[in-house]
Design a protein around this ligand. Structure first.
Ligand code: SAM
Length: 328
């Protein structure tokens, strides 16, 4: 039975875990000017600490875990950690979000660990723009990783596109068109003002405008949501192999369906991405807390989950913590 039920009757069964704040890209919406505040090594949870926290979460009702970062594939020892995670009893859904830079050379290790679901960030199909957005000319390398994921039968392969006016909005149709020939889920994510990545409101582009652009591709037929689906509103172009999704974090937030808690790289349980309220679980864990005491931290985090965030497009969120620590 899920014990992580909040006062708005949301059943929290999904833990997103940032395993490192380090990243090998400098995306302009995440690390503007290449600046990322780095956590000290000793502040980052060790793998055995993460596993213990997840195990306690599972005992309370967590059944789905997504690893993120920073760039999760950059952390030394990550493939052994994946195997240990997969071996944990009680998780029915384990997935990974990556920028894809290290995917081509490592995806067999992800597969060997038993993970078949993957999200890859891809904001553009143009290598010059890839460099402009991420700071590095690595489009081909990322695309090779995506193709290999497909060849190895990863399913679903979700491609995350952060929608940015003046940066990639001229490519939304081409990105969405990928779903015609590939079984990819192309997900357009509204930019969220988090950490020091506060872009100008003129950089925002919201779902209604993205959808209007995609109308040239024909009708978008809604896809019925499954129980463990995330917040994306999903659609399919008739006859398409893949799907198109919209994550309306700002324009029409989906807080009433939120089933998530987050564990940051430095060991804080965070009830909401868009609020800096978090509960320290690393401190008690390192000072010898029992499982029962750590469970109590989870339950307190659930109590602190707000009904919804109140940020509107164009307003600074006031969220100070870096996306790389929280994990997105
Ligand atoms: N390094 C991995 C990656 O690039 O996928 C995982 C971490 S990244 C923080 C997780 C997701 O958050 C990515 O899809 C990224 O595009 C998205 N993201 C980062 N900053 C964002 C922002 N300010 N607004 C919306 N999405 C953002």
């Amino acid at each position: 039975m899920n014990k992580l039920v909040d006062k708005y009757d949301r059943h929290l069964n999904y833990l997103r875990v940032s395993i490192t704040d380090r990243c090998n890209l400098r995306c302009l919406y995440c690390a503007p000017g290449g600046l990322v505040p780095k956590l000290a090594h000793e502040d980052i949870l060790r793998y055995e600490e993460i596993l213990r926290i997840i195990r306690i979460g599972v005992g309370l009702g967590i059944s789905k875990v997504r690893l993120t970062g920073g760039e999760p594939l950059m952390r030394a020892g990550v493939y052994d950690f994946l195997e240990e995670l997969v071996a944990l009893d009680g998780l029915t859904d384990i997935s990974l979000t990556t920028n894809g830079v290290m995917l081509h050379e490592n995806i067999e290790k992800i597969e060997a660990a038993g993970i078949k679901r993957i999200n890859i960030s891809l904001d553009t199909l143009n290598h010059k723009k890839f460099k402009h957005i991420t700071g590095y000319d690595l489009f081909e390398q990322v695309w090779a990783g995506i193709e290999k994921a497909l060849a190895l039968g990863f399913d679903p392969i979700k491609l995350n596109v952060v929608a940015l006016k003046g940066h990639n909005d001229d490519e939304f149709v081409d990105l969405a068109r990928l779903s015609l020939t590939y079984p990819f889920h192309i997900r357009f994510i509204e930019y969220m003002p988090i950490g020091n990545a506060q872009m100008m409101s003129s950089d925002y582009i919201l779902t209604p405008d993205i959808r209007a652009q995609l109308s040239v591709l024909g009708e978008l037929v809604p896809v019925t949501r499954k129980q463990m689906d995330g917040p994306a509103q999903s659609y399919r172009i008739k006859g398409a192999k893949g799907e198109i999704g919209f994550i309306q974090a700002m324009s029409q937030h989906f807080c009433h369906t939120c089933n998530r808690l987050r564990l940051t790289a430095n060991g804080q349980l965070r009830p909401c991405l868009l609020s800096d309220k978090q509960l320290d679980i690393r401190g008690p864990l390192r000072s010898g807390a029992s499982d029962e005491e750590l469970k109590a931290v989870f339950l307190r985090a659930v109590e602190h989950k707000h009904e919804s965030h109140h940020f509107a497009p164009g307003c600074p969120s006031g969220v100070q913590d870096a996306m790389s620590n929280i994990g997105g």
